[in-house]
Design a protein around this ligand. Structure first.
Ligand SMILES: Nc1ncnc2c1ncn2[C@@H]1O[C@H](COP(=O)(O)OP(=O)(O)O)[C@@H](O)[C@H]1O
Ligand SMILES: [Mg+2]
Length: 244
């Protein structure tokens, strides 16, 4: 379980996260929607221990991220994929995926490579294992980024706008993979602007605005006129997104 309790974060005098409470249980898919600048990425970075909390606590499977020992253990539990492809440019797809299992998990190379080949095949890139990031499309790189996270066998997959830099065709490729993962029971915390997709795959939808959590509802209820849509801020956001 990822347990976020009363979390606040400031940058200077700006309050970026303002008392966030959120729990993600194993097997759940939770999407985070919200306007740009609402604090979505900051929340993901707090879960990773990349930002220090100013208040509240976050624990991942009981490991507190504000404690150095706890953070190390917490990071083992979750894999993160960010918006920009942060693959190592001097390594092939296969090497990018096997690096952490070999270095961190001390997995024998042959086993790591076999697992990586299976992962790459599962995202349709079995034939591309030997290519470098510069030889691959954005959608292919992002699928490798997902494989790299999955290679560490995380209990939780954190995804921060992983399709925002992609054109519609590549977005569809990546969403297809994420849909498959969601249906196979992968626990996911999914920051996205793909509203329709979020509606399809999520157990719950969370709405952030100005660092506050305005809604945390089952997906169907989030989109219901007497549910999330009853909140003017959410209705306004969704109608704007539908027009764009
Ligand atoms: N390192 C930082 N220093 C100062 N302000 C920051 C920093 N990172 C993010 N912010 C501010 O925090 C707010 C939330 O940012 P972010 O979490 O990236 O929002 P989102 O991902 O929802 O678009 C924004 O106003 C942003 O400018
Ligand atoms: Mg962001």
């Amino acid at each position: 379980m990822i347990n976020i309790e009363g979390v606040s974060k400031r940058f200077g005098s700006n309050i970026i996260l303002d008392g966030i409470d959120l729990r993600i249980a194993p097997g759940e898919v939770v999407s985070i929607l919200g306007p740009s600048g609402s604090g979505k990425s900051t929340l993901i970075r707090c879960i990773n221990g990349l930002e220090k909390l100013d208040g509240g606590t976050i624990s991942v499977d009981g490991h507190r991220v504000d404690d150095p020992k706890g953070l190390q253990l917490a990071r083992r539990c979750s894999g993160t994929v960010f918006q920009l492809f942060n693959l190592y440019p001097h390594m092939t797809a296969l090497q990018n995926v096997t690096l952490a299992p070999i270095e961190v998990l001390k997995m024998p190379r042959a086993r790591a490579e076999q697992a990586a080949r299976e992962l790459l095949a599962s995202v349709g890139l079995g034939e591309r294992a030997g290519l470098y990031p510069s030889q691959l499309s954005g959608g292919q790189r992002q699928r490798i980024g997902i494989c790299r996270a999955l290679a560490m066998q995380p209990r939780y997959l954190l995804l921060d706008e992983v399709t925002s830099a992609l054109d519609p065709e590549m977005t569809a490729e990546v969403l297809a993979i994420l849909g498959k993962l969601a249906r196979s029971g992968t626990t996911m915390l999914f920051v996205t602007h793909e509203i329709e997709f979020a509606r399809e795959i999520s157990d719950r939808i969370v709405f952030l605005d100005g660092g506050r959590l305005l809604a945390d509802l089952p997906a169907a209820q989030f989109f219901a006129p007497d549910g999330g849509l009853a909140q003017p801020r959410i209705a306004q956001f969704l109608s704007k997104m539908n027009k764009s």
